[in-house]
Design a protein. Structure first.
Length: 402
């Protein structure tokens, strides 16, 4: 019983509250009424003015014989009889009436144009005032980043649809904030819980393999377990980095993309020399706002992929940076196996590899390009890839210039 009464009372209150529909109805209805009243008054004044300016058609002058004088119809003096007088008078009155109506029409059109401009201007201003909370909500939605969810709209004003929308958006931000905080805590805990046992396993294996009494079989088993442990460490690091890089960056600093690419090249130079792969390219200074560590990971992942998935002899990798139309670019091209165009998009998905030579288990864990895409998105950039004629890939990273 009480629930039904509360439901009925809340429904009645929702119908009586100052909703946006009601406010806009009253606003534009009032404006239409005021415009009609103003237009009626102006037309009345213009009509009175037109009739006043038309003057009297004729005056009767006294004397022994009646004489007529008219400033509006001077032809009346020339009338010789009643019939001619009436004809001239009718013609003059028609001309005067037409002139008055024409003047009234012209002035009414001018007034209507002025009122139209004024109505549009007032409507624009008043609509802006009514919808200003919506603009505030939109600006807040744009300013909220994935890692900075502590802002709230906290909209004041009447309890209308916009206030309800703002409160709903604040509740959504609150839930998202709790979800992201839980994700960050999970990443931190997982980072510790997953790295520690792997580090202990690596240490135990290295200690056991350093024993002078270890036999060849034990050493071979130790190498195999070390390789498996290293692969697990790479997988954990990749997953944690992928989880951290999914969010937009809260703090950005100036970073030279050319310097980042040069450091990544120095890091993979030994692997490239061992694989007989030539490293080349022109790196123009290209500054962006972002995280230097994550951007270095982007360049490193692209270069490692380009070196590892290359031809056996005479291969090369070209890493170049440039600036164009407010964007900085990092282009990484390489020789390598032929990549079908329909397979390129799959390479950016986690654990998705090409179903040919690129599936070798000794070439990574399948997260390199996924991390690249996540980091680039966090920097408000784009990454695209296309097959290179003759084999290999062209990967282009575009970031807003800083």
């Amino acid at each position: 019983m009480s629930t039904a009464i509360r439901t009925r009372s809340s429904r009645d209150y929702s119908q009586l509250r100052p909703t946006i529909r009601m406010r806009l109805t009253l606003l534009y209805g009032g404006m239409f009424l005021m415009a009609g009243i103003v237009l009626l008054v102006i037309i009345y004044l213009l009509t009175a003015q037109a009739l006043q300016h038309s003057g009297t058609a004729f005056h009767i002058l006294g004397g022994y014989d009646l004489r007529l004088s008219s400033d509006v119809c001077p032809q009346l003096r020339q009338a010789e009889n009643i019939a001619e007088f009436n004809g001239i008078l009718d013609t003059c009155l028609d001309t005067q009436r037409t002139s008055a109506l024409t003047a009234l029409l012209h002035r009414s059109l001018l007034v209507l144009m002025g009122l139209t401009v004024l109505a549009f201007a007032l409507g624009y201003v008043l609509a802006g005032r009514v919808l200003s909370p919506l603009g505030r909500i939109t600006r807040m939605a744009r300013s909220v980043a994935g890692s900075d969810l502590d802002k709230r709209i906290e909209l004041d004003g009447p309890d209308d649809e916009l206030k309800e929308l703002a409160d709903t958006f604040d509740d959504m931000l609150e839930r998202l904030d709790r979800a992201f905080n839980a994700q960050q805590r999970f990443v931190a805990n997982a980072s510790h819980e997953l790295r520690t046992p792997l580090a202990i396993n690596r240490t135990l294996l290295e200690v056991q393999m350093s024993d002078p009494g270890a036999g060849p079989d034990l050493l071979q088993l130790g190498k195999t377990l070390l390789a498996t442990n290293e692969r697990s460490e790479q997988l954990v690091e990749g997953l944690l980095l992928l989880a951290r890089s999914e969010n937009e960056l809260a703090e950005k600093k100036p970073v030279d993309l050319a310097e980042v690419a040069s450091l990544a090249i120095d890091h993979v130079r030994g692997e490239a020399d061992a694989a007989d792969v030539e490293l080349r390219g022109e790196r123009q200074s290209a500054r962006v706002l972002g995280n230097g560590v994550l951007l270095e990971r982007v360049a490193l992942n692209l270069l490692q992929n380009a070196v590892r998935y290359n031809v056996s002899e005479g291969g090369w990798v070209d890493a170049s940076t440039s600036i164009d139309s407010g964007y900085v670019s990092l282009m990484v091209c390489n020789t390598g196996p032929i990549v079908p165009a329909y397979e390129v998009d799959n390479l950016f998905e986690p654990f998705r590899r090409l179903r040919t030579e690129r599936t070798g288990s000794d070439r990574g864990v399948g997260l390199g390009l996924s991390i690249v895409r996540s980091v680039v998105r966090a920097h408000d950039g784009t990454v695209t890839a296309e097959p290179r004629e003759g084999g290999g890939l062209k990967v282009l990273v575009r970031l807003p210039a800083g």
